[in-house]
Ligand binder design. Structure first.
Ligand code: CP
Ligand code: NVA
Length: 302
């Protein structure tokens, strides 16, 4: 594995190995066992969008592994003034040992990987959020003991989270049911991939998608970069595409609820359901750290 660009380009075996390594690193972290497996290395973190979890978990993870992380806001980089990503990739490859990038276009992440000579990690694009979904898979596996055969349900916008959950869920043997409003479907490339699996189904009705679910995911109605569409989206999603008690009553007993955060209570999830599942949701947030350490060790350890 040279890069983490999307879960579409990651094999089921690579995903399983990342999850196993994340489990090990989490165990070591909890028991105070320190391994400076990336001693002396530097990760550059390019951010073209806001972040709490991604920034802090990558920076802390890199420090725990004996290296350092540089926070590079696109507001300050020349990339923000039009320097091509192809040049940025070749320059940064001369200084750094790896790059994590959060941006809009997936093509920018692919260009960094094509023109650079160091590992590239996708820290969220409009297309996908692979680091988040590795943490999600880790969390579900921890709570349920396995992934194979479980039913994963996603309710809401067919966005970056939906795309990565569909691919990650199917590649780890889960059945995946998604409910999105018409016009807000997951990416076509993802649907083409998913439709080859018997265990995948796209619905319009959230209650149908949630039937018999073992874990329900949701995400915001308007993602970063879609602020201008927020009011129009609210009219489409409101009152239907929400994780609430009624939806959970259609799921299996003991069904987990996950949210990548930040969450908008009263919109895609009710406050009572969020609080009832807060332990699972904050385990999920914590697991960003462990999953990403596994990604960095896998890609960067010499
Ligand atoms: N879930 C997630 O990626 O959070 P941040 O936007 O805070 O990094
Ligand atoms: N879909 C959300 C995820 C945030 C972590 C966004 O892209 O803003």
């Amino acid at each position: 594995m040279k890069h983490l660009l999307s879960l579409l380009s990651t094999t089921p075996q690579e995903i399983e190995e990342l999850l196993n390594l994340a489990d090990q690193l989490k165990y070591e972290n909890k028991h105070g066992i320190k391994h400076h497996r990336l001693k002396g290395q530097t990760l550059g973190m390019i951010f073209q969008k806001s972040s709490t979890r991604t920034r802090v978990s990558f920076e802390t993870g890199m420090y725990q592994l004996g290296g350092q992380a540089l926070f590079l806001s696109s507001r300050d980089l020349q990339i923000g003034r039009g320097e091509p990503v192809e040049d940025t990739a070749r320059v940064l490859s001369r200084y750094l040992d790896g790059i994590m990038i959060r941006t809009f276009a997936q093509s920018e992440v692919e260009a960094l990987a094509k023109y650079g000579s160091i590992p590239i990690i996708n820290g969220l694009t409009d297309f996908c959020h692979p680091c988040q979904v590795l943490a999600d898979l880790l969390t579900v596996r921890e709570h349920k003991g396995h992934l194979d055969g479980l039913k994963l349900c996603y309710i809401g916008d067919g966005n970056n989270m939906a795309n990565s959950l569909i691919v990650g869920g199917l590649k780890t043997g889960m059945r995946v049911a998604v409910a999105c409003p018409e016009g807000y479907d997951p990416d076509k490339q993802v649907l083409d991939f998913a439709n080859a699996y018997q265990g995948f189904q796209l619905y319009r009705d959230p209650l149908e998608a949630a039937a018999g679910a073992d874990v329900i995911f949701t995400d915001v109605w308007a993602s970063m970069g879609q602020e201008d569409e927020a009011a129009a989206r609210r009219r489409v999603f409101e009152g239907v595409y929400q994780v609430n008690k009624q939806l959970l009553s259609a799921a299996n007993p003991g069904c987990m609820v996950q949210h990548c955060l930040p969450a908008h209570r009263g919109e895609e999830i009710t406050a009572d359901v969020f609080e009832a599942h807060a332990d699972e949701i904050f385990d999920e947030a914590e697991n960003r750290l462990h999953a990403q350490k596994a990604v960095m060790v896998t890609l960067m350890e010499r």
